[in-house]
Design a protein around this ligand. Structure first.
Ligand code: PA5
Length: 430
């Protein structure tokens, strides 16, 4: 992975010595024995010995691949976004799939769930229910529905088709799993939902899809190792965090993660969840948005070029694309495309990237460019760790706690009060 800040640095006042001092302090703080937060457990995952756990994950995945055509992952927020991002990033469009991974419990739509049940009717399926707290309403409801469907279909052996990924000691899901005898995976106490992709939360669904989870962790380790040196001249993760901080304090309030490949569409959703929930608090934080180009150049592109000047873009570019199409020459050239004959679509896309960056920078939209090698497990692991670490650095630069989400509780309390849940009777009373 490589970061290029050429098209962003003229927009900020970059006192490198001062920023380096602040970065060094945070770097030491997060790497010291006595951590500033109980939720920094994700930091060392890439260098933690976990042979037994990975072996067990691969065995479970093999069993699911043998007895199921579909795995339904039930979860919301950090309990689903990372695995969906990885599966869509590594996906080969339109290829025949050995096994499908579908999602439930990430919305409150009965229509979605009813039609999912309909779709599963003539297919063998298993469920991986994921909830760290084990009490989140959306996945709890979806799991109850899917569990009852499994019981109808498989009788008391249904439990063999449920894998619960949750807290090691507490929570309703933990209790239910013990009671029913589900296979369980533990989300470590020190790893919060949105930082949990490299735990069984993401690794089991990846393994079920047949992806190489060792390579994902190797990719993460690569960024871990490179980031041990906090020097901003050598550390792209910290440089990215510093630049987004400086752009923010210079008045840019929105960061758009821009991609030029449909396989990155859901990665942007994971990224938004990571940064939005980690930084948006205490009246601070960049609003994180995303765009899929060139599709969105025909919609949001107008706003980016000429609308309010409060945003910057971070462009995620994949350098090597294996499958491609060459544009053919035609004798009559009625569509006027012969000037591109012999060129690949990747070539045209690259010109779209270069041309768009120049246009947007011209329109006073700072651009950072992050180049990744290819569509592979290794690259996916790199991207996950790159942004997780950048997010922690960035939030600490803003002086907010990256690992809590107090604002998420407010809607839940109101909803529980409106639904008549015991204990919430007084929430809406003035
Ligand atoms: O990042 C987070 O902590 C949240 O987005 C959670 O992942 C989300 O709220 C789901 O929580 P849980 O896994 O406890 O069901």
């Amino acid at each position: 992975m490589k970061l290029n800040i050429e098209y962003a640095k003229s927009f900020v006042e970059f006192n490198q010595d001062e920023m380096q001092k602040r970065v060094n302090k945070i770097h030491e703080m997060i790497h010291q024995e006595e951590k500033p937060s109980d939720f920094l457990g994700w930091l060392d995952i890439p260098v933690t010995e976990q042979k037994d756990l990975l072996g067990r994950i691969k065995k479970t995945a093999e069993r699911i691949r043998k007895n199921s055509q579909v795995l339904v992952v039930v979860g919301i927020g950090g309990s689903y976004a990372g695995s969906k991002a990885g599966i869509e990033f590594l996906d080969k469009p339109f290829a025949k799939q050995d096994i499908e991974v579908l999602y439930a419990g990430h919305n409150m739509s009965g229509r979605y769930l009813k039609n999912l049940l309909e779709y599963l009717k003539d297919k063998d399926f298993s469920v991986n229910v994921i909830s760290k707290s084990g009490t989140t309403t959306e996945p709890a409801i979806a799991f109850r529905v899917l569990k009852n469907e499994l019981i109808k279909r498989y009788g008391k052996n249904y439990a063999e088709r449920v894998i619960a990924t949750t807290d090691g000691k507490k929570g309703s899901l933990h209790e239910l799993s013990k009671n029913e005898g589900y296979e369980m995976y533990v989300i470590p106490d020190s790893v919060g939902g949105r930082f949990s992709v490299l735990t069984p939360v993401g690794l089991l669904p990846f393994a079920v899809k047949g992806y190489d989870i060792d390579a994902i962790l190797e990719g993460a380790k690569d960024i871990y190792t490179k980031s041990l040196n906090p020097d901003l001249n050598k550390n792209d993760v910290y440089l990215y965090a510093v630049m987004r901080y400086l752009l923010y304090v210079s008045g840019k309030k929105i960061e758009m993660l821009v991609n030029y490949d449909p396989n990155l569409g859901f990665f942007a959703e994971w990224w938004k969840q990571l940064f939005g929930e980690s930084e948006g608090k205490d009246g601070k934080g960049l609003f994180v948005a995303s765009a899929n180009f060139s599709t969105d150049l025909h919609s949001l592109g107008q706003y980016i070029q000429e609308g309010e000047r409060h945003l910057f873009e971070t462009v995620l570019k994949i350098n090597e694309i294996n499958d491609d199409v060459i544009i053919e020459k035609e004798d009559n050239d009625l569509d006027n495309l012969n000037y591109l004959a012999g060129k690949s679509i990747k070539y045209v896309n690259e010109k779209a990237i270069d041309g768009t960056i120049l246009a947007h920078v011209d329109g006073n939209v700072p651009n950072m460019l992050i180049e990744v090698k290819d569509i592979s497990e290794h690259t996916f692991g790199q991207m996950i760790y790159f942004f997780e670490l950048a997010c922690a650095m960035s939030a600490y630069l803003l002086d907010v706690d990256p690992f809590n989400q107090p604002g998420v509780e407010k809607y839940k309390k109101n909803m529980f009060a409106l639904l008549g849940k015991k204990g919430y009777e007084n929430v809406l009373k003035k």
